[in-house]
Ligand binder design. Structure first.
Ligand SMILES: [Ca+2]
Length: 200
């Protein structure tokens, strides 16, 4: 059973200890969660609030908040962040560029176990023109438990049904490599910019 022991310095002097018990057998890193912006999300706001929460799961020595850091695109912004016992928050003071951005968060617990976590988000421009498109996001062919081959299906929906897109979603474990490669090839061949999108 775990019992509390207390941190002392190399001389054994307990007066220099950091607050908080070290739990015997403490082997679990802190958990970083509740990411903002969401992983791989696309964001119009060029100064999005970046934040995560964290805690040290049981058996817990507690979070050492003096160790928390936040990097955005490999630059350390910890000094510009707001840090609490449970959360770090940072809002960029200048616009971020369009494209992909990387966040790195690191935090140790009081027993020294470190958790480093990376995630990505994107900044995108809002669409200036929007359209309605019609299509089918789910269809099976004879390559699994549906009817007709991918060529037949793509041809029909493009030329007869005249929809804008079709996604073939056959059960992948039913396909052999020839069928898999053929369906991918047909999807590429049938996709025509501005006319029809074929996905597999
Ligand atoms: Ca821990």
């Amino acid at each position: 059973m775990a019992k509390d022991i207390y941190r002392v310095d190399a001389t054994g002097d307990p007066t220099s200890l950091k607050s908080g018990p070290i739990v015997e057998g403490e082997t679990i890193q802190p958990i970083i969660y509740d990411l903002s912006p969401s992983r791989f999300s696309s964001n119009y706001n060029k100064r999005p609030t970046i934040s995560t929460k964290y805690f040290d799961p049981e058996p817990s020595s507690g979070i050492d908040i003096s160790t928390i850091y936040l990097k955005l695109d490999n630059i350390d912004f910890t000094n510009n962040a707001t840090i609490t016992e449970t959360q770090i928050t940072y809002t960029p003071s200048t616009d971020l560029s369009l494209g992909k951005h990387k966040v790195e968060i690191g935090v140790k617990d009081l027993s020294g176990k470190i958790k480093i976590f990376n995630f990505y988000f994107y900044i995108i421009e809002p669409l200036t023109t929007e359209n309605f498109y019609f299509g089918v996001p789910y269809a099976h062919t004879s390559y699994s438990d549906g009817a007709l081959t991918p060529v037949d299906v793509f041809t029909y929906v493009r030329d007869v049904a005249k929809i804008d897109f079709l996604v073939i979603t056959d059960h992948s474990n039913w396909l052999d490599m020839n069928e898999w490669n053929d369906a991918l090839t047909q999807a590429n061949n049938f996709t025509q910019n501005g006319v029809f999108v074929a996905l597999f």
